[in-house]
Design a protein around this ligand. Structure first.
Ligand code: UDX
Length: 472
């Protein structure tokens, strides 16, 4: 089977390179000439662990183009992986999708071809895509096509492992079309490919489940999965707040509840809340879809408002110790929305830097991989870059750990805090275990450690007043 992938963002690139690795001839198409030139020269437009190595090993099967006329007629399966960024009203922007589908339609060649929606698209998009194709077919007799929804569940940072060893493959469409895709995915379904040395098959992994369903149900599965994961995180964050009130430890609480196999431990890490390109966008999109039908979704609304509250909470924790932030120097460690990616979309660090600047603090930021991207995408923010985590802490009054990069975990904190002016650490990802002798104040989320205070008297927190609620 010949494959074409339209759109070379995270999903498109990962899919193209993975299918080429499985042995298919894959053409990757993007309207961005610079991106395509880069890919032809072996340069990736994004940072994703292991992708460069896999690209190198599969390059003989990969072809890159900006031309629909080159990429569509010979393709048996056309994956549409273009972006659907959110509009201000929460609905996804479908203009890239529409233009991609129209260009595909113009170039279909009459043999049976399958158009696969892999982007997360609003429920009902598969039908809409079919209508666009039909409209076109009415003018160009002979096109034969089917539309399938095959949502992608990969996470940035672990995209390749998630693609090669998925939990499930969801296929929504006619029996013929989903059957063809089953054939395409046979090496994954049966796990007959040789695992790349740098992305080994996880111990105990067997095979993915295959879910064959309708177009609309497949679209719903993707949204509902992301909304549920977002909800799990917000639930953990809500319980974390109560843990702080009563003196419990959220890490122990979530470990304890996660052992119930009906709940499970993943996605219960309390902290700065979710970010990235999917959870915020998909929960808002689902709420907007509900609104289109006059249907309210109070659980999802609550999940979003808990997530927003987490970001304020981090700043409140700084204020609790430093009081006025004006004139203070705050180090922000981590800019990407999560580790092992340079993706800055909806990153908590963005909101921290914005709020700190509004409050008159100066910000020194450091991220192991996302700084070059932040230079381009965060020009509207005011901060100074540091060359390392240690350098960011030097002379700072406080530090916020915004992303759980492993190098922040392993930093020599005893030494680093001694270079700070005032030693307040807000660990918004709950990654530190600081020995008591490390002379610093440590704030985490949902954890209340009794530690000796090393702050000068004017920075001592006010004694808690029973009955007075602090925070939102
Ligand atoms: C997510 C989905 O996991 C994936 O299936 C879908 O295809 C795309 O959206 P991604 O956005 O890449 O993937 O990242 P993910 O690892 O899911 O993390 C999302 C956000 O939740 C991050 O900001 C992360 O820091 C946060 N998170 C995750 C928590 O705050 N706590 C957790 O326990 C887990």
């Amino acid at each position: 089977m010949n494959i074409t992938i339209v759109g070379t963002g995270y999903v498109g690139l990962g899919t193209a390179i993975m299918l080429a690795y499985l042995g298919y001839q894959v053409t990757g198409l993007d309207s961005d000439q610079a991106k395509i030139d880069g890919l032809r020269a072996g340069a990736l437009p994004i940072y994703e662990p292991g992708l460069e190595e896999l690209l190198a090993s599969a390059s003989a099967n990969l072809h890159w183009t900006t031309s629909y006329a080159d990429a569509i007629p010979h393709a048996d399966v056309i994956f549409i992986c273009v972006g659907t960024p959110p509009l201000p009203d929460g609905h996804p922007n479908l203009s890239y999708l529409e233009s991609a589908v129209r260009s595909v339609a113009e170039n279909l060649d009459g043999k049976p071809q399958i158009i696969v929606n892999k982007s997360t698209v609003p429920i009902g998009t598969g039908d809409w895509v079919l209508r666009i194709l039909e409209e076109h077919a009415a003018r160009h007799a002979g096109s034969r096509y089917e539309v399938v929804s095959n949502p992608e569940f990969l996470r940035e940072g672990t995209a390749l492992g998630d693609s090669l060893y998925p939990d499930r493959i969801v296929l929504g469409g006619s029996a013929w079309a989903t059957g063809r895709l089953r054939e395409l995915y046979a090496p994954l379904i049966e796990q007959t490919f040789e695992a790349p040395p740098h992305i080994p098959r996880p111990r105990g992994y067997m095979q993915p489940a295959v879910v064959e369903t309708t177009l609309t149900s497949a679209e719903m599965i993707k949204y509902a999965a992301n909304a549920f994961l977002a909800l799990k995180i917000s639930f953990a964050n809500e319980i974390a707040g109560l843990c702080e009130c009563v003196g419990a430890d959220i890490q122990e609480v979530t470990a304890g509840i996660g052992l119930d196999h009906r709940i499970g431990t993943p996605f219960l890490a309390a902290g700065a809340g979710w970010g990235g390109s999917c959870f915020g966008k998909d929960t808002s999109a689902l709420i907007s879809t509900g609104q289109d039908y006059g249907y309210s979704m109070p659980i999802l609304r609550a999940a979003i408002s808990v997530n927003d509250r987490q970001r304020h909470l981090v700043i409140e924790k700084l204020q609790k110790h430093l009081r006025l932030l004006k004139g203070k120097r705050v180090a922000v460690l981590g800019m990407a929305f999560k580790p092992n990616t340079d993706d800055l979309r909806d990153a908590p660090a963005h909101d921290f830097i914005t709020r700190l600047s509004q409050l008159g603090a100066s910000v020194v930021a450091y991220d192991p991989v996302a700084m070059p991207r932040a230079r381009r995408e965060w020009q509207h923010l005011t901060y100074v870059e540091a060359a390392s985590a240690q350098a960011a802490l030097h002379g700072a009054d406080a530090v916020i750990i915004a992303t759980e990069w492993s190098e922040f975990r392993t930093l020599n904190w005893s030494e680093a805090v001694c270079t700070m002016r005032t030693r307040v650490i807000v660990d918004a990802r709950n990654i530190l275990t600081l020995p008591l002798q490390v002379p610093a104040v440590l704030e985490q989320i949902g954890r209340d450690h009794p530690r000796p205070s090393f702050l000068p008297a004017e920075h001592q927190p006010a004694a808690p007043q029973p009955g007075v609620q602090v925070g939102a």
